[in-house]
Design a binder for this molecule. Structure first.
Ligand code: GRF
Length: 206
């Protein structure tokens, strides 16, 4: 079973959705470690309550590469095969990305390439788009940029504010992340250019 390393900085609702799907047997995967750069991250408390291995590696005042080295060491120590960024408020160094080639996922609350970066829901609302959503993508050296594994769209309603739009998108995030992890876990895809194409039927031979 694929071993996941979850990185988070906040409340961790995406992590909880993944953990719930694993617990209920909907997703075949194992959470090897949950790492946060903030001690008071809600996601760390949830992970502890579930009896999962957790680690806090504070990033404040640390050089990016030094912090990344410590995180990678912990991921390796836990034999992580797929790194899952779940609200991890830190840009990974190119060195980190190279340690897990094609094996780091992120979720972003917009239909990329629209509205990368912070406050994606506010950006979408202010721009006036009529649809937004979420994107699960591979992580590369650039912010919110790597090949897209899957997207889910939601309408933006005239009555929306940032809060209601974020809530509607979050419901889809919680579905999309486990779905994407299942695709990667089954090695049921190939990447052509920027396109992640799911291969129907059997797993490709190694
Ligand atoms: C989500 O909106 C995710 O798309 C973004 O950060 C937020 C994390 O939320 N990358 P949570 O901590 O998983 O609840």
């Amino acid at each position: 079973m694929i071993r996941l390393g979850i990185l988070l900085s906040g409340r961790g609702s995406n992590f909880v959705a993944i953990a719930n799907n694993i617990a209920s047997g909907k997703l075949r995967a194992q959470i090897a470690i949950v790492i946060s750069n903030f001690e008071d991250a809600g996601g760390i408390a949830s992970a502890k309550a579930r009896g999962l291995p957790t680690l806090v590696l504070p990033s404040k005042g640390q050089k990016r590469l030094e912090h990344d080295r410590a995180v990678v060491e912990a991921l390796r120590g836990a034999n992580v095969e797929l790194v899952v960024l779940a609200g991890y408020l830190r840009l990974l160094s190119p060195w980190f990305v190279q340690q897990f080639p094609g094996k780091i996922l992120n979720i972003h609350p917009s239909l990329l390439p629209a509205f990368p970066g912070l406050e994606a829901q506010r950006q979408a609302l202010e721009y006036g788009v009529q649809y937004s959503g979420c994107t699960v993508h591979f992580v590369d050296e650039h912010l919110d940029h790597g090949p897209i594994v899957l997207q889910r769209a939601v309408p933006v309603l005239p009555s929306d504010d940032v809060h209601t739009l974020a809530e509607r998108i979050l419901i889809q995030e919680h579905l999309a992340y486990s779905e994407a992890i299942a695709i990667i876990a089954a090695a049921n895809y190939r990447i052509e250019g920027r396109r992640v194409l799911q291969s129907a039927g059997r797993k490709p031979r190694p």
